[in-house]
Design a protein around this ligand. Sequence first.
Ligand code: ATP
Ligand code: MG
Length: 380
Amino acid sequence: MKVLVLGSGQLAQMMYLAAAPLGVEVKAVDVTDNSIVNPIDKQLYDHDLAIAIDDADAITVEFEHIPEPLLDLVHQSGKLYPNIQAILTGADRVREKQLLDAKGVANCQHIVIREHAQIAEVIPTLGERVIFKSSRDGYDGYGQWRMSSASDLEELEVIFAGLDLAKLPLIAEKMVAFDREISVIGARDKNGHVRLFDIAENLHYQGQLHVSIAPATDVSELIKQKAEDIFTSIAEGLEYVGVLAVELFQTGEELLVNEIAPRVHNSGHWTQDGAETCQFEQHIRAVLDFPLGSTTTYSVTAMVNIIGCTSFSRDLIAIEGCNLHWYGKTLRDKRKMGHINVVADSYQALASKLDTLMACLPSEYFPMLPGEIKRLKAIV
Ligand code: ATP
Ligand code: MG
């Protein structure tokens, strides 16, 4: 069978690798010119988009910011999973907030800013600590501006003056003093069955995911239940088919949804080495209407992103339970180049493997690791 993926980056690449053992061929669409490429070596196929659409059993996306004419065209084929509304909702923070509010799912207090005059409402409504987020096209913290005190607003207003807010509204979101960030990732199949992976704990640096630990430490039954309820309510609300990721802020026993991603997600990469079925295979299974796989977790896994760096010791693959996943991309500042999954029997064993790993890495690119190693070591 064949799956066509809109987008030809690392997520399409990892779908290709996970689908091959099932006898499923994955081709990718380079959305910059609609050419059809092999997701691994990016070699062009000699057929065009129309033929690739015709040829595919299912069509999916590796990211939500797909040009709308292309998304519409693919939608017309009747083969698109998740459906177009789900993708558009994940791509637009205004729609996303509307969905969460309609479903009664708690999310960060916010204002949708559609005209400049509304900026005056921000501080009286949300306070001085606010994140402004572009409603579309943001990722990895791009398209975001932080205000820490009222004095920052003047400078920000200069930036916002250059934006067409009627066309591209901003979301002003109250900065949440959460205890930690977690994500719940799972799949929903065409019959509405849902299977969730263990919750991952996510460490960000400057708005970008650096490390995920799964299963997250200290997840109470209540939090587990709340995360599951949130996931199900969003997935059902969107009549979702495929893998869906929900990013959450946890404060005590409370959860707020930060955002949703209608696709496989960076904080689910640990499943490649730490779960019986990885998120990429699970997504392929869901969109092709195959039975979903077991999401049982083997032990504990750390996923460490390699960001903006290519110089590290390849000896890291000698560490037992340590696997490198390299994307083959050209180096750019802050670009995700690959990731490392480290699997261990316990959090303590994981900490000790991460210590060994740290010695293979240039520390300036891995600012979150030392603190996390210390934290894991202290777990009894
Ligand atoms: P990504 O694509 O990596 O998920 P993004 O650009 O879509 O990122 P968000 O997930 O909205 O953006 O924000 C990135 C990070 O910024 C969050 O993971 C969190 O660490 C921080 N952040 C975002 N919103 C808030 C908030 N309201 N309060 C506190 N921190 C926040
Ligand atoms: Mg995010």
